[in-house]
Design a binder for this molecule. Structure first.
Ligand code: PEP
Length: 254
């Protein structure tokens, strides 16, 4: 199906990289982006907070986008170690990931908090990338759709539209494991997410909102996953740490 959603390929560098390698990777991707006449996709880099400034300098003028991996739900104040959405925007970020399963697991983040963070991101002018996904036990129990729909319902801010948020479907069991659902399973979950968005927002938002797939996306499986009707790009972890692999994933968009 032809749609007007521009594919988004987002790289989540997680807690990886020091100044030198982060900058080298960003410069490599910036050169590739500048050399691509009509890439047909948006490419977003989400480095750890310590590398945001260096990455911003390395990609300036390239057309690459910059994002954070998390933000606080408050705009400022006594929150030691946290970063606000406005601080990310101040560095030139356009996006921020919220509700990644590693934050849900490592920091006990639930849907209410994820929704508050997404709201803060949107208020600061950022696009919130809201993550949802089932664990392996939930998948085995046949609860994938229930779990993911509940996370989407609980995490999407009231009134958010498709220009203010992106949903990332990331099965927890597929992250960093080399395993993925079948293409048919991915398409089914994405279609279910779009239907859920139509319920909690409206049809226009559901049709315009990009839904990314994440979980062991690699150059060799990207073409099939990214061609699915309701897959509007990818959220890539491990393979985003090698510029050539990350670029190959984006280039797989037909
Ligand atoms: C992620 O953590 O967002 C992710 C998708 O990781 P990986 O690509 O390594 O599975």
């Amino acid at each position: 199906m032809v749609n007007s959603r521009t594919p988004l390929i987002a790289g989540n560098w997680k807690m990886n990289g020091l100044l030198g390698d982060g900058r080298a990777r960003a410069e490599d991707l910036a050169k590739r982006m500048q050399g691509a006449a009509n890439p047909g996709f948006e490419m977003l880099l989400c480095p750890p907070a310590t590398l945001i400034a260096g990455t911003a300098a390395a990609i300036e003028g390239s057309g690459l986008l910059l994002g954070g991996q998390d933000c606080h739900f408050n705009s400022g104040g006594a929150h030691t170690g946290d970063i606000s959405a406005a601080m990310l925007a101040d560095f030139g970020c356009s996006h921020v990931i919220v509700g990644h399963s590693e934050r849900r697991a490592d920091h006990g983040e639930g849907d209410d908090l994820v929704r508050a963070k997404a709201t803060a991101a949107i208020e600061a002018g950022l696009i919130a990338i809201i993550c949802a996904g089932e664990t392996e036990a939930q998948r085995d129990a046949g609860k994938t759709n229930d779990v993911v729909a509940a996370q989407v319902r609980g995490s999407v801010p009231d009134g958010a539209d498709g220009s203010q948020m992106v949903i990332a479907y990331e099965p927890v069991w597929a992250i960093g494991t080399g395993r993925t659902p079948t293409e048919a399973e991915v398409q089914d979950v994405h279609a279910m997410i779009r239907a859920t968005l139509a319920e909690v927002t409206n049809d226009a938002t559901a049709q315009s909102c990009r839904i990314l797939y994440g979980g062991s996306v690699k150059p060799d499986n990207a073409a099939g996953l990214l061609a699915l009707a309701d897959v509007d790009g990818g959220l890539v972890g491990g393979a985003s740490l090698a510029a050539a692999d990350f670029w190959a994933i984006a280039a797989a968009i037909g």
